[in-house]
Write a protein that binds this ligand. Sequence first.
Ligand code: NAG
Ligand code: NAG
Ligand code: NAG
Ligand code: NAG
Ligand code: NAG
Ligand code: NAG
Length: 308
Amino acid sequence: MQLLRAVLAAALLLLATLSDAHNITTILSKHPEFSTFNHYLTLTHLAPEINGKTTITVCAVDNAAMSDLLSKHPSIYTIKNILSLHVLLDYFGAKKLHQITNGTALAATMYQATGSAPGSAGFVNITDLHGGKVGFGAENNDGTLSSTFVKSVEEIPYNISVIQISKVLPSAAAEAPAPAPTQQNLTNIMSKHGCKVFADALSAQPDALNTFNDNLDGGLTVFCPLDDAFKAFLPKFKNLTKSGKVALLEFHGVPVYQSKATLKSNNGLQNTLATDGANKFDFTVQNDGEDVTLKTKLTTAKITDTFV
Ligand SMILES: *[C@@H]1O[C@H](CO)[C@@H](O)[C@H](O)[C@H]1NC(C)=O
Ligand SMILES: *[C@@H]1O[C@H](CO)[C@@H](O)[C@H](O)[C@H]1NC(C)=O
Ligand SMILES: *[C@@H]1O[C@H](CO)[C@@H](O)[C@H](O)[C@H]1NC(C)=O
Ligand SMILES: *[C@@H]1O[C@H](CO)[C@@H](O)[C@H](O)[C@H]1NC(C)=O
Ligand SMILES: *[C@@H]1O[C@H](CO)[C@@H](O)[C@H](O)[C@H]1NC(C)=O
Ligand SMILES: *[C@@H]1O[C@H](CO)[C@@H](O)[C@H](O)[C@H]1NC(C)=O
């Protein structure tokens, strides 16, 4: 536990040194009326995902609007879905909002990009209304545009636009209770993503599996080797001692949540669940265009998918 905490601190320090073109946390911290919204962007890990993207619009709501949402006591996972519906994957400054071609548009959101939004639930309808108003509504929400543009908070064309809208966008799909990661079966998720051989090896080592599960709540990134890669490595793996096997498996987990965007902006050494002083299995993340390659002393694994 002591060790994991030290590892976590070291990894966080590493993340803190990253520099992105914009920092949503810093932008919103200048405006205390959005402190609750800002707090939840951090808690849900949406902030680093926003920082890793350009051509993006964040529709912030003030603390009163956030209290309305929080009074329904949604889980943090549901809040994440709802807030990700408020991040538009296009740049909408105040000027563009008031001059939408044909007066109406649909914007894809980060909720749509998660793949968990059913149908068109991850799109936001933006419509220019009478009297210079701009209405916002979730696309599947029976056509009601219940929220309106209030003001522009900060515009960095065409990287990020932060605007205020009057209310949280109602969306039955985003508000539906979302399962917590701990209720999810880690090995099943890995198997579904082409890492069944690795998942089976992990299931066979309860010590390593417990380490992974213990880290789910605090945030965990798993670099799971695809079946072909891990199959080729199996003869060597089977030859390892029990503690060697556990260390190798734990080596594929990083005790912090990292999005693909964070990894891409991050060239350098990472600590893993296997880090243990001198016997560390550190690895280097190397950016290679769209792919993120992990260079290690043991093997090179390419991240082809990110999930959870
Ligand atoms: C916009 O983003 C690009 C790429 O990240 C960066 O090089 C540029 O400096 C940013 N522009 C502003 C005004 O911050
Ligand atoms: C963004 O700013 C916050 C506080 O202002 C800071 O804690 C965080 O490390 C910054 N993130 C990045 C990626 O620089
Ligand atoms: C605007 O409306 C015209 C006429 O209906 C149509 O041809 C055009 O594709 C529309 N433009 C957009 C961006 O929706
Ligand atoms: C947006 O919603 C309004 C009001 O329900 C509707 O008239 C309009 O067609 C919608 N826009 C798009 C692009 O779907
Ligand atoms: C996860 O699923 C596997 C296979 O379906 C099962 O053997 C295992 O017990 C499950 N683990 C948990 C924690 O439910
Ligand atoms: C297994 O270990 C033995 C003894 O260290 C070694 O000679 C052999 O080459 C190893 N086999 C593989 C497949 O690594």
